[in-house]
Design a protein. Structure first.
Length: 260
């Protein structure tokens, strides 16, 4: 099997009014590096209008609407995919081979806010839906929240559930702890941290773990000054084969400087 390339896009938490230049830059990066697979790990949409942690009727909701939330994410998605669409259009015009990467989207807990809202208020059935994201129409393979997709023997999901937790909470702790519990090469988002690690099984086969859940230029108010100190970027995985890859993390600053 020839070596392949993946690009992982961590949580973007798009909502109305946030900067999108880093997403435009990532679209240019994809065309330049032409990965075989692009994985968006979930929480592309923030969906603040469906925030269940705030009390209904509070000041928090005065300027937030479902439609604005959806449209902001769609605008960002157009920024990401427009360079690819333009490249494909030029290839067709010039009768060249069309670059067509596999696009994989694993829904996150913020996208899941829609399903949770419908569960809590069945009257919303038929008025809101994850179909509003239009992901399949835009060319993405879509996987439900907490579904696991295996690509080149790497497990992708928004996060992985602790099998020993009765409440099925996310696996926490160090990257070594996650690798031990998952027992497989994996990549996830969700947590506002960057963790990377490698273990080898008894046959010497490497298992690589990656946790990276931050790729947004705005600060999240609930995290506070210290919580907003984070590493933003995307992960380029080179030489992907059977769960192994050579990692090339690219910071947001690098993307804005070289690809905008």
């Amino acid at each position: 099997m020839s070596n392949r390339r993946h690009i992982l896009i961590p949580d973007t938490q798009v909502k109305p009014g946030v900067p999108l230049d880093h997403i435009k830059a990532t679209g240019n990066l994809i065309v330049d590096m032409q990965p075989d697979v692009v994985v968006m790990i979930g929480d592309w949409w923030d969906m603040p209008s469906l925030n269940s942690y705030e009390k209904p009727g509070s000041k928090y909701f005065h300027d937030k609407t479902y439609r604005d939330d959806i449209e902001s994410g769609l605008t960002a998605m157009e920024h990401l995919l427009s360079p690819l669409w333009n490249h494909q259009s030029r290839s067709r015009k010039n009768r060249k081979r069309r670059y067509n990467p596999r696009l994989v989207f694993t829904l996150g807990n913020h996208e899941y806010r829609i399903d949770r809202a419908i569960h809590d208020d069945p009257r919303l059935e038929g008025t809101i839906s994850t179909e509003d994201f239009q992901l399949k129409k835009l060319g993405w393979e879509v996987y439900r929240f907490l579904d696991i997709v295996k690509i080149d023997n790497i497990l992708y999901s928004h996060y992985f559930v602790n099998p020993d937790s009765l409440k099925k909470n996310p696996i926490g702790g160090t990257i070594e702890n996650k690798l031990q519990k998952i027992g497989h090469s994996f990549s996830q988002g969700h947590q506002q941290i960057y963790q990377f690690g490698m273990r080898h099984d008894g046959l010497g086969t490497p298992k690589i773990g990656l946790v990276w859940g931050t790729f947004y230029a705005h600060d999240e108010e609930y995290l506070g000054p210290q919580g907003n100190a984070r590493f933003n970027g995307v992960m380029v995985k080179n030489e992907v084969r059977d769960g192994f890859y050579c990692p090339m993390p690219l910071s947001m600053e690098y993307l804005l400087a070289d690809y905008l």
